[in-house]
Ligand binder design. Structure first.
Ligand code: FMN
Length: 209
């Protein structure tokens, strides 16, 4: 299996990048392919008004690395892990922009929209969070947004790992060992139980065999 990991903090030696690297190691240990892409390397602009901005051939006219990252690396992957700091009780602008820019390729005016929609579905999705504050709902908005993204795209939200720290690399001192948990998260990313039942989902009534 292949996983696309988006490191969405501007700090390359920061806390979410540390979690991204740990998850990547765990995926590799389990025999999976994984690559980390820094959002800052592929995004140079927010989503614009596609109706005005789109080229006559239907392609996005923003000249940066998003097209290659999205079409060439995100879409073919079986898994997607987003690593973001909590910024103002939400995700970083980099991560939000990555999601927003998908719109240009999903919209019917893009020539390969039907294939894109199909390829977006069915991925396993994970979240790695770093924050200064520890209260449980500080991350609730991000978790909720990821869950809605997964519902909308028929993806599976596998779960989240959060570490606490502020200075770059400080989550290494978090006694709950977020890097270790992120590594384990990566190792079990394609095997761990992830359920989101509907009333008529066939199930045994027990969670563990
Ligand atoms: C613009 C900005 C907004 C932030 N907002 C929050 C916040 O709302 N809650 C919080 O717990 N930490 C907040 N922080 C702290 C970061 O989440 C924290 O330092 C995190 O570990 C940074 O991760 P990074 O090293 O991957 O950049 C904020 C930091 C910045 C720069």
């Amino acid at each position: 299996m292949k996983t696309f990991i988006l490191a969405a903090s501007p700090r390359r030696d920061g806390n979410s990048a540390m979690l991204a690297r740990a998850a990547c190691s765990g995926l590799n240990e389990a025999g999976h392919g994984a690559e980390i892409v820094f959002a800052d390397d592929v995004l140079s602009a927010f989503l614009r008004d596609c109706r005005i901005c789109r080229r006559t051939d239907g392609e996005c006219s923003i000249e940066d690395g998003f097209r290659d990252a999205f079409l060439g690396r995100f879409l073919p992957a079986d898994g997607f892990i987003a690593a973001t700091p909590i910024y103002w009780y939400g995700m970083s602008a980099q991560l939000k922009t990555f999601f927003d820019r998908m719109f240009c390729y999903v919209a019917a005016s893009h020539p390969r929209s039907p294939a894109t929609v199909e390829e977006m579905a069915g991925k396993r999705v994970g979240l790695l969070l770093s924050s200064e504050e520890t209260f449980p709902t500080a991350a609730a908005g991000i978790v909720h947004q990821m869950q809605e993204y997964c519902r909308y795209t028929h993806s599976v939200f596998v779960g989240a790992v959060q570490g606490y720290g502020n200075a770059r690399g400080e989550i290494a001192h978090d006694p709950s060992d977020p890097a270790g948990r992120a590594r384990h998260f990566g190792r079990t990313f394609f095997s761990r139980l992830a359920t989101d039942y509907q009333i008529d989902t066939p199930r045994s009534g027990r969670v563990w065999a």
